[in-house]
Ligand binder design. Structure first.
Ligand code: NAD
Ligand code: MG
Length: 377
């Protein structure tokens, strides 16, 4: 069997390191052909040694770059389009991952997409690039992997509703007053997933779930009014699809990202020997579901509203959120300042044009400036 060539963008992150483990476990199926990271040189060198990778690129190296490595802002798009790379696993965090997604799709690659921000910022452009370049987008996000598996290729006319599950994050039971002053340490205590800092904060505000609604809209072509979110604290049911006859399919599994990463690489096939503990229904019990408390987590409706509005609004939502989360991680604003900053940016800039990449990047830059100004402290 020929091995699929894989590039991992963002190899030193939470998803990237899980992907390195997945590739190491299946050397007969995958050949790692390229790895990138932003700046963590030593971590990237360890990943490269673990997989014996021929091409390594780093954006802003934290030290002296080993001979033969590439460096600079273009390493992501270069890695994403290398000959011999069949699958680009985009595990970069933030809008910084967009150009690599577009480049990979333009070059006809499969993009195993963890970088949901690509679809939030430029969902239409990404899906158009996939069609034009004959590439494909296969989600890594556990909810979307679940939906892909439940849909199993059935036509959209059979689908009534997508139901995305949300863990509810660390603040699921906190009231709005207590939430406004939540600390960084509180926000970084995710109950079920170990992830990078930005997505962990996004999970605490539910901005992550708004991004996932937008992601689902573009990936599966389902209108926003047919996408719902339900809180499921155990993170065992990864999402559900309701069909027109009222039948509901759900995909379940232990909360390990190695499963959706592997599935994004092999879809529609499956491999055994994942190394992930087997599912135990009794041990996982009880499985419970709750409504979202929209008053306590306004970022969800702000983001879904931006998705429905279209144009540059989702890019403004994303950029305002990225900037506000960066300020929160720096201790410069309170937790409750994140949705306030998003709301201010959407009010001022949500109507900007957003049909080209450059227009979207202009809206992104304007939103970041506005949030920095809004949160001047
Ligand atoms: P992380 O912060 O742990 O890792 C991010 C990676 O991206 C690092 O390798 C970093 O070097 C690289 N990177 C950061 N900024 C960059 C830039 N400007 N240019 C180039 N490279 C850059 O993040 P993560 O938790 O692994 O998440 C990665 C993506 O996957 C995010 O979009 C996140 O929403 C999504 N995702 C993550 C999880 C999870 O379990 N961690 C689950 C679902 C989806
Ligand atoms: Mg998810």
């Amino acid at each position: 069997m020929t091995r699929a060539g894989v590039a991992i963008l963002g190899a030193t992150g939470s998803i990237g390191r899980s992907a390195v483990r997945v590739l190491k476990r299946h050397p007969e199926r995958f050949a790692a052909r390229a790895l990138t990271a932003h700046s963590a040189l030593d971590d990237l060198a360890k990943c490269a040694a673990a997989l014996d990778v021929p091409w390594v690129g780093i954006v802003e190296p934290s030290g002296e770059v080993p001979a033969g490595w590439c460096q600079g802002p273009s390493v992501l798009t270069t890695a994403a389009t290398l000959p011999g790379v069949d699958i680009v696993l985009n595990a970069v965090v933030g809008a910084a991952g967009l150009d690599a997604t577009l480049a990979a799709l333009g070059a006809g690659k499969r993009v195993a997409l963890a970088n949901k921000e690509s679809l939030v910022v430029a969902g239409q452009l990404v899906m158009d690039a996939a069609r034009a370049g004959q590439g494909s987008v296969v989600p890594v996000d556990s909810e979307h992997s679940a939906i892909l598996q439940c849909l199993a290729g059935r036509p959209g006319t059979e689908v009534r509703r997508l139901i995305l599950t949300a863990s509810g994050g660390p603040f699921r039971t906190w009231d709005a007053e207590r939430l406004r002053a939540a600390t960084l340490a509180d926000a970084l205590q995710h109950p079920t997933w170990q992830m990078g800092r930005k997505i962990t904060v996004d999970s605490a505000t539910l901005a992550n779930k708004a991004m996932e609604v937008i992601e689902a809209h573009f990936l599966f072509g389902v209108p926003y009014e047919n996408i719902e979110v339900v809180v499921h604290p155990q993170s065992i049911v990864h999402s559900m699809v309701e069909f027109v006859d009222g039948s509901v399919l759900a995909q379940l599994g232990v909360p390990s990202m190695e499963l959706p990463i592997l599935y994004a690489l092999t879809h529609p096939d499956r491999l055994d020997d994942t190394g992930v503990p087997r599912f135990d229904p009794v041990g996982a019990s009880p499985l419970t579901f709750e409504p979202v408390r929209h008053d306590a987590f306004p970022a969800l409706q702000l983001g879904v509203g931006a998705g429905r509005r279209g144009g540059a609004a989702p890019a403004v939502f994303n950029a305002a959120n990225e900037q506000a989360v960066a300020l929160f991680l720096d201790g410069r604003i309170q937790f409750g300042g994140i949705p306030l900053a998003i709301s201010a940016a959407l009010d001022a800039l949500g109507g900007m044009p957003g049909s080209t990449r450059d227009q979207l990047m202009a809206a992104d830059a304007a939103a970041r400036d506005l949030v920095r100004e809004h949160c001047r402290c």
